[in-house]
Design a protein around this ligand. Structure first.
Ligand SMILES: [Zn+2]
Length: 176
């Protein structure tokens, strides 16, 4: 569970970014003291994910290895958030993935694929990009200030991915 001060989706995105910043700053994603100071700064300044990404230096890696496991074999391009789940068709949603990782992931949402136990193993490039997509999706859905998007009684990483529908919801133009 995130710290008590993390109450909304917006807070949680900041908190996850702050742990990435901790990894970049002091080499440890779990340096919670560093992460908390960074988190408070993001909140104070209402930081935008684009600014955070620039500051964290999460630039794209060269193509040629799987963004998840580093393999050089059987690579293809894949969406971090599938288009069927509402992921955008843009370079910042694309990464290289090997066939083994693709088979393992299938259509699972990123946090569900890694699970709570392995979530600290999500490569920082992927997590940084994913948090930006998550922030945008919650912003579009109007749920950045929600405290429990998936209605399971608590706020955790699975509420972040809840911004993306499991199935594509196609509605006729103009319908609500
Ligand atoms: Zn791989």
């Amino acid at each position: 569970m995130p710290p008590a001060t993390v109450k909304t989706i917006r807070d949680l995105v900041y908190w996850e970014y702050a742990k990435l910043a901790s990894e970049i700053g002091v080499g440890d994603r779990k340096n919670f003291r560093y992460a908390m100071a960074t988190y408070q700064r993001y909140r104070r300044t209402s930081a935008h994910p684009l600014t955070i990404l620039r500051e964290n230096g999460l630039e794209s890696k060269a193509i040629g290895e799987c963004a998840y496991c580093g393999s050089h074999q059987n690579l293809q391009t894949d969406y971090i958030v599938a288009m069927s789940a509402g992921g955008p068709d843009r370079p910042d949603n694309l990464i290289s993935i090997c066939n083994a990782c693709q088979q393992s992931r299938g259509t699972k949402e990123l946090f569900h694929w890694y699970g709570k136990e392995r979530r600290y193993e999500i490569p920082r490039l992927i997590l940084g990009k994913y948090l930006k997509l998550v922030f945008e999706a919650h912003e579009a859905n109007g749920t950045l200030d929600s405290t429990d998007v998936n209605d399971d009684g608590k706020l955790d990483i699975f509420d972040l991915g809840a911004a993306f529908p499991r199935r594509s919801k196609r509605r006729p133009n103009g319908a609500v």
